[in-house]
Every structure is written in C-alpha cells, then in structure tokens.
Design a protein around this ligand. Structure first.
Ligand code: ADP
Length: 247
C-alpha cells in the first residue's frame, strides 16, 4: 500500500483468515495495522494486491454490511441515548422502527448494557461507552468484526474485564474478529492467531498460533503457556526490529 505522498505503508502482507477465528494484528506504532484494517473495510483502496472477504471485494462486503467496525474512540453522539446510538446505523439504512429497536436491544443485551439503554453517553464510563460502540458495530449482525485498538485508551483493569467480555461475545456469536493492538498480553489472551508486523514498510513477520484452551479466564494470564506465548510474540517483534511495544 503506497499513499499519495509516497509513504509505503504495507508490503508483503499475505494473510488468510478462516471463519470464527480471532486474529490480532500486533506491531509498533506506524507499522500499518490500521492501514490493513482500513483496506479490509474499504475505507481506503489498495495500490496493489487483492483482498477478498468471503469471496467478495471489500466494496461489495461493505455494501452487503458483511462487517462491523469499532474505532479507537467510541465516537458516540452525546445527544442521543445509548439505545438511539445503537439504532443509528439501522436508521440510516431505513430499517423499520420496531425492528431497529428490537435489534438494538438485542445487541445491548449482548454487551451487558440493556439496563443503560436510556442513559446518555456522558453518563457512562469509558469502558461502557466502548461497549456501546461494539453493540453499534453489531447492529446489522455481521459475521465479521474489525476492531482498531478499541481498549487502548482504557485503564488496565477495565481493559482486562472487557477482554473477557469480548471473548464471551465471540464464543456466543461465532463471529470472526480482526483486532488491532500493540499490547502483547492483550493479543495473547484474546487471539486464536497473532499476526506480528514489522515497522514501515509494514510486513507480516510471523503468524503465531495461540493454543491456550478455551474458554479463557483471569487465571489464563497466570499460566506458564501464557508467558511462553508472550515471549514468542516479543521475540518475533524484536526480530522484526519492533520497539515501543506496550507491556
Ligand atoms: P499503525 O496502525 O500500525 O500505527 P498506520 O496504519 O496508522 O500504523 O500507519 C502506517 C504508516 O502509514 C505510518 O507511517 C503512517 O504515517 C502512514 N500513513 C497512514 N495513513 C496515511 C495517509 N493517509 N497518507 C500518508 N501516510 C499515511
């Protein structure tokens, strides 16, 4: 991927993701993680190479609402209630009122926020706001979820709780998730495979399968295997001259 200013953001990025996987993209800042996600989501177009999403082009996948996208910040509308925020994409696509409400309520229940439907975003903590944005991304019930460092701005304890919540949601729904992070423990805890990327021009350095048993719990982080995998990721990052990686 070459940007108009000549920046080569991605090179040799070959990856195949199977349905139901939880894939993390990890690498130092500026290595092209967000660029890769934006390419998948048809927010930008590749200058070379090819992307298929369930056999479709990213544009076709976007138009058929095959995926949801969760941004780094929750980007909720302050003047709308939680429920109205989750209903917004359905409203834009012209879904009938009762269906909008039913779907939004179901998604809020999935992220454990059904009791907060009538609250406004400013009444919620940062972690809860990010859960609302996950519910909104799920409004069309897509099979695929792209998440760009959704928990990066949260404190460690909230982040660990949301990691558990997200895994529960992933297990219950069978979604395929592509998740960007620069935290090694987060990647190891969440993923079925970790894609380690190198600094610019971003390349896929190594893909590390994570064989930690499911369902994962708080104790998972204290197992020997967890530390072994974290070490493997750290070494792969170092091999690709990675640096500035959050612990
Ligand atoms: P990451 O998500 O891994 O931190 P990004 O994908 O955001 O990295 O960026 C990869 C590289 O591409 C960075 O060097 C960034 O400055 C550059 N880049 C991103 N978007 C643009 C753009 N629209 N125009 C020019 N360069 C860009």
């Amino acid at each position: 991927m070459v940007f108009p200013n000549g920046t080569v953001a991605l090179k040799e990025a070959n990856l195949e993701v199977a349905p139901g996987e939880f894939i993390s993209l990890i690498g130092p800042s500026g290595c092209g993680k967000t660029t890769l996600l934006r390419l998948l989501a048809d927010l930008i177009q590749p200058t070379s190479g090819q992307i298929r999403i369930g056999g479709k082009s990213p544009e076709e996948a976007r138009k058929s609402r095959a995926y949801g996208y969760v941004f780094q910040a929750p980007t909720l509308m302050e003047w709308r209630t939680v429920l109205a925020n989750v209903m917004l994409p359905l409203e834009i696509m012209g879904f009938p009122g009762p269906e909008r409400r039913a779907r939004a309520e179901k998604m809020l229940a999935l992220v454990g926020l059904e009791k907060f439907a009538r609250h406004y975003p400013w009444q919620l903590s940062g972690g809860m706001q990010q859960r609302v944005s996950i519910a909104r991304a799920l409004a069309f019930d897509p099979q695929l979820l792209f998440m760009d460092e959704p928990f990066g701005a949260l404190d460690e304890i909230t982040r660990e709780n949301l990691n558990l919540e997200l895994l529960r949601l992933w297990r219950e729904t069978g979604k395929t998730i592509v998740f960007v992070t620069h935290s090694i423990p987060e990647a190891v805890f969440l993923s079925t495979r970790i894609v380690v990327m190198t600094p610019r021009p971003g390349k896929i350095e190594t893909v590390i399968p994570v064989d930690l048993p499911q369902p994962r719990t708080f104790e998972t982080r204290e197992t020997t295997r967890f530390f072994e995998l974290a070490t493997a990721v750290r070494e792969a990052l170092r091999k690709g001259h990675g640096y500035e990686v959050a612990e």
